[in-house]
Write a protein that binds this ligand. Structure first.
Ligand SMILES: [Zn+2]
Length: 542
């Protein structure tokens, strides 16, 4: 598994994702998608929309406003209960989500540094002493052991051994509770957890903090309407249920799909684009007859799980996790999370919830407008049940990026390659001239690029040698390179053969095809038929 630092660094270097407002020192947990990132994320959203809206008879789309009537959030229950418990450090003033402090500790710089130090040496007490006097002072100045390093000697030989073993066993699969057990000796008898930032042990008792981002509509704050940036796109769908039903004449079961921004005032955002205060959701509310909800719920869980596999997520990196009764949201009858093995561990990509009739009932009650459906068969008005597959566009994009990342050794050199599914790849085809000083080669390559652009995102590049150009395209995941050489255009020794070389990113194999069949050949390749094309044309010797 690649570590997140490599993904962050590649993202910046190649223009996938930048820190927001970087020239001003950056804004915490806000990220901007660069030239290739916007292509990747748009592809994720386009495929989601195509597969869930265009390829189905039972789905329509919606694009609701981000600001909604404040009553919406009373009805939805968000104003009353949408909060997370937070705790603050008395020493350094940082805040944390109380239920995530173990995870925050695990990924903190001082715990990582301590762990490195401990796994290096075999005399744990001496290594700890060294750490306390060096990195400890710098990274966790308020850790009791840093303040009183002499007390570290009270660790006896037995606990010394245990500490080393425990860190060894942690390896690549951290368990926060084990980390806590190991860290406790450094608290020297304190029963509290300590601060992931400074090591301080004075953390306040957990208090609830609202996750709603307030805003004011109108020029004068005192008289303006206070409302909220929506914390989920779902409510825009529920309040439009009757509008969509009347306009589309859909019969149950049917769904409404929406992609849009949502906002949550997270206490501890982090892990790159995984948890941010502004994020984009891809949500479906699928309305069904009560009694058929459990069957539909299972269908959607299966369908959504298969979707990630379809676009290249490796099956060992994705799993389903059923919510326990006590972690179910206030509206949910059953929820299953689709989780991905991110560099920081298994985390939610998408939740598929059975929200029963909670939302439509609440909005009927608060708005005084009945949100019902007339069932022809039973001749009765009913309130449909709703199944909600709710995916994160940013999280899916990050998962596809992480999953695509490969490092390989090719002829003694490291090759970094993003093995995106062709439909997801930001650039589909790069057209490269073998000699940039040959006008006919350059001209032909530019003409090919212009032709291909009518159907796919193709780029022309002549800024380096062909080997470098291939590596650059590998690193951004371009599935196919088309090379124009002297044979293509001909010279005084031989006439033009009107053929170009296509190189496959994954296998690095090459075939030579006639210009007149380039477009249908690329069409085949986009559908994953490299082997067939290679057999038809024969693999070119490099
Ligand atoms: Zn602190």
């Amino acid at each position: 598994m690649v570590d997140m630092d490599k993904i962050v660094s590649l993202s910046k270097r190649r223009g996938f994702i930048f820190q927001s407002s970087e020239i001003y020192g950056g804004l915490g947990s806000a990220w901007d998608y660069g030239p290739l990132g916007v292509e990747l994320k748009n592809n994720v959203k386009r495929l989601w929309w195509r597969d869930n809206v265009y390829l189905r008879d039972d789905m329509v789309g919606l694009d609701a406003a981000i600001t909604m009537h404040p009553k919406v959030w009373e009805a939805s229950g968000h104003l009353a209960s949408f909060s997370d418990p937070f705790t603050g450090c008395a020493e350094c003033g940082r805040h944390y989500r109380a239920d995530q402090i173990h995870d925050a500790l695990w990924s903190s710089r001082w715990v990582r540094s301590l762990r490195e130090r401990l796994t290096k040496g075999n005399n744990a007490v001496r290594e700890i002493e060294k750490w306390l006097n060096g990195d400890g002072k710098k990274l966790a100045p308020n850790l009791p052991a840093v303040k009183r390093p002499e007390e570290i000697k009270s660790l006896d030989a037995a606990s010394d051994l245990r500490v080393v073993d425990a860190f060894d066993q942690l390896g690549g699969s951290p368990n926060p509770y084990e980390v806590e057990a190991i860290i406790k000796p450094f608290l020297l008898g304190q029963s509290h957890l300590c601060c992931p930032n400074c090591g301080g042990v004075h953390l306040s008792p957990p208090k609830p903090a609202s996750l709603m981002l307030e805003t004011f509509l109108g020029p004068v704050k005192e008289t303006a309407t206070k409302t909220y940036l929506r914390p989920e796109t779902a409510q825009g769908i529920f309040v439009n249920f009757d509008n969509v039903l009347q306009a589309s004449r859909k019969k149950l079961p049917f769904g409404i799909a929406q992609i849009g921004k949502a906002f949550r005032n997270e206490i501890t955002p982090g892990n790159f684009t995984f948890r941010t205060r502004e994020f984009e959701q891809m949500e479906i509310e699928f309305f069904v007859l009560p009694g058929t909800d459990e069957e539909w719920h299972q269908k959607w869980i299966d369908e959504r799980f298969a979707w990630y596999l379809r676009y290249g997520i490796r099956k060992e990196n994705i799993r389903l996790r059923e919510h326990e009764k006590d972690e179910l949201a206030h509206y949910a009858k059953r929820t299953a999370d689709i989780e991905y093995l991110f560099p920081m561990g298994w985390s939610e990509l998408e939740g598929v919830a059975n929200r029963a009739d909670f939302d439509l009932k609440q909005h009927s009650q608060y708005s005084g407008k009945a949100l019902e459906y007339f069932d022809e068969e039973s001749k009765q008005k009913i309130i449909p049940y709703v199944i909600e597959p709710s995916a994160g566009a940013d999280r899916s994009t990050l998962a596809f990026l992480v999953d695509a990342y490969h490092e390989e050794e090719v002829r003694g050199e490291k090759r970094v390659v993003l093995k995106f599914h062709p439909e997801l790849a930001p650039i589909k085809i790069a057209v490269l001239p073998l000699l940039k000083k040959n006008d006919r080669i350059v001209e032909t390559a530019k003409e090919i690029t212009a032709d291909l652009r009518r159907r796919w995102y193709a780029v022309y590049d002549d800024t380096a040698s062909i080997g470098r150009l291939y590596r650059r395209q590998d690193e951004v995941g371009t599935p196919f390179c088309v090379t124009v050489d002297v044979q293509t255009v001909g010279d005084e020794k031989a006439p033009a053969d009107d053929k170009v070389t296509i190189r496959d990113r994954n296998t690095m194999e090459q075939v030579r095809v006639s210009l007149s069949t380039l477009e249908p050949t690329i069409e085949k390749l986009m559908n994953g038929k490299w082997a067939e094309v290679a057999q038809e044309h024969g693999i070119k010797r490099a």
